[in-house]
Structures are given as structure tokens and as C-alpha cells.
Ligand binder design. Sequence first.
Ligand code: GLN
Length: 484
Amino acid sequence: MSPYEHGEVFVTEDGAETDLDLGHYERFIDENLTKNSSITTGKIYSNVIEKERKGEYLGKTVQVIPHITNEIKEQIYNVDTGNIDIVITEVGGTVGDIESLPFLETIRQIGIEKPKEDVLYIHVTLLPYISGSNEVKSKPTQHSVKELQSLGIKPDILVCRTDYPVEEKMREKIALFCNVRKEDVITNSTCNNLYEVPLMLEKTGLAISVCEHLNLIKEANNTEWEEMIKNINQIQEKVKIAIVGKYVQLHDAYISVAESLKHGGYVNGVEVEIDYIDADMVNEKNAEEILKEENGILVPGGFGNRGIDGKISAIKYARENNIPFLGICLGMQMAVVEFARHILELKGANSEEFNEKTKDPVIHIMEEQKNIKHKGGTMRLGNYPCKIKNETKAYEIYENTSIVERHRHRYEFNNKYKTILEKEGLICSGVSPDGKLVEIIEYDKNDFFIACQFHPEFKSRPNRPAPLFKAFVKATKEYKKNKK
Ligand code: GLN
């Protein structure tokens, strides 16, 4: 998945590389999902072909219906591990897309296979606003429902996305033309803050409608969430944080990082304003000019050569000026390179990812990875444990000596350089339990300079921010106060 086209790749704890939507689900429903929660066409076809090769179809003609659809159905049913009340199956894309046809056919079949009160179809549609005539249009919704009905699915509830208020008359019209009850036409309007959406949908009656259809108890308890939104709405202070990365044109490429910064802001009572800085534009000469207004600098994960020098320059600027710095994955690797180049004076120090022949590969590929020819699927993915040293910043932040975080990378800190780096003040404060892999580094000459090999952003929740983000935003707030 190209980050430019598809946005971030979200990683589950069991190491599945998935669509960023799964990140939203985790943040909103506060459940850790697994690889079973992500079904792709590739996965389905690959399974069917493998089964066919094994002879599991016993000489039958293998077809989209029923073989592909049965495979999709199996995957959906497999999500239920026995302790699940509701399975939400989102079919992405737009009704009528070629790619989604087998998926829609599958959920149609589920509707006739399962008891009536166990299956509910919610269709999300758009109500566009025409500025010239100042009206909200229902036509696209009608068309989309018609299209869906022609595939055999009658939506029970319509969730209509709109930027403008929808009048009662409009809801009645949609109900009549789309063959749903009026109370099942839910308006999904734009909120100031993304996390207000569940409360807004509660008000417009979505939960009541769903509970009625599925015969569930209708008592909601949103106290914690309401409290959180109330606090967010009272925030007056602001901090500015730069994300110096390569995929900045599409902000979705850093969505979990951006959300985690916001979460870190909520507990610290500050709004985080993010400046997306193209790493390619930064160099040692202009770093100050570009970054001087920032209260913190974050270098996120990434792949490939482009923008590397800009990231290193931004890190150098943060380190030399004691600006709060958080490095994530490639951000940590570049912090090690920066340290080696400018403090150890190993001028050509690099990661083997960018220069295989570098004299000083401070970041390198592990022996066992070297001979693998297929690049896909050779990364360290998902949850790995990490031991944290006492009396370090990392310990202060996590208040724990053993943590688990999610990973997605191929290259590692090269232990050959550990002793000389540590001599100059770089602290390897988190390592794998066997001590072989460096997971967290910090620099105690600065107030807040810390970087990790893992991705803490995948575990952050609005009401439970990831510890590193919480501490980083706190540091930016203090930095801003002291600067004044
Ligand atoms: N490209 C680096 C690696 O493969 C870092 C990956 C990342 O930042 N997720 O190790």
C-alpha cells in the first residue's frame, strides 16, 4: 500500500499490516483487533487457490459464487472467537465498485442464512450541498440505495453524511424514496472534533435504531466519553509540533501519529497544532528558519532514501537547541545516525537501508534477514516485548520495566556501536528481553530527547494516550512556557 495513495498502514498486535480504518476502529471501540479483522481480495483468492491445489474442492468447478463468497463468509464468521456479541463488517468503497461485488453478495447471503434479528444492514451515503441554490440534495442517496437494492440488499438504516443541517422534510423524503422508516434515516453531520461523532450519532438516534433492529438492550453509558469531550472543549492553550516526514502531502499517511499527538494534548490540556514539514525541504542551513516556531519535533517512521538528510538535520537542530524530540522507528534510526555523524564524528555513518557499503553501519540488517530475496513479509511485525532500564526517562514515562509495543521495520540498531555511543551520552534505555535489540534510546543532556524502534501510535486511545505521546506533549508545553 503506497502511503501517498492509501495513507498509513496500520499494524495490529498480531502483526497484520492493514488499512488505516482499523486504527479508527481500535481508537473508537477500544478493542485490540487482529489479522482476522482485515479481509482483502488478495487474501481471499490466495486461500481459495491454496484450497483448490490441496484438492479440497474435489474436482468441482471453482467459481466466484460459491467458492469466493464462501471463503469471505468463513473469514467473517471466524472473527467470532466465542466471546463476541456483535461483529461489525464494513465493506469499503462505493456500491457499484467492481472490487466489492463478491463482498456485497456475501453479506447478502449472510442475511438469509442467519436469524432475522441477528443481521442488520447500515448503508452510509452522502448528502451533498449545492451552494448556488443553497440546498442539500438527496439524489445520490436515492441512487446508491437503488444500486444496493439491485444487488439484493435492502438497507435497514441509512447513515447520511452531511456538512449541513438536514430538515425533517428531507428525512421524510429520504425515508419514502429509499424504503426505510423515518427514524432509521440518521444524519451524520460534521463535528468540531472527530471524537464527538459517537455522541452526535447517539443524539440522532443511531444506537436506538440499531438496538431495536437487533433486539438488544437500549441503555447507553457514555459518561466517560462525555467527560472527555467536555474537557477537550475547554482547552485554550496550544502547542505547535512539527512532523518532519516524507509523505506529508497526504496527512492520512501519519494519521495514528497525528491522533496520538491529539490524545497527548487532551490529558495535558493543550491543543496540538501539527505542522507537516516535508523532510526534503530541510537542511542544516535552513533548519532553524523552518523549525524555530515549533515547540516540539517529531520524526516518524518511513522507508527509502528520500528526505533522509532533512530528517537528520531536523534531529540535529532539536538536539543542539534542546527542543523536545520524539523519534519513531525510522526516526530513531536517523537519531542514531545523527549522533554517530555529529558527536562521534563518523562522517559516513548510515543505515544499511540507504548505503549498503557504508563504513559505519550504525543501523543494519540482521544476519538472518540478509539472504531473504522477497522483501514482502520479512519485517519485524506486531507486538514485541521490551525491557526498560530503571532510572531512565523511558522508565519515568512508562512507570514499568516491561512493556509491549507494536513494530513494523526491517533494520535494527547495530550493537557494535553501542559502547562508543553510550560513552558519549546516548542511553539505550529499552532493549529486547534477550538484550540483542535496542528498542528505546534517549539523550540525557537534553530535557526531552527520546526515540523508539517501535510504533507507540498504534496503541494510543483518546482517553488513554500512549505514554510516550503523553510525555512528549507535556515536554512541548513546558518548553513553550520556559521559552516565553
Ligand atoms: N525503513 C526502516 C526499516 O525498515 C524503518 C521502518 C519504519 O519506520 N517503519 O527498518
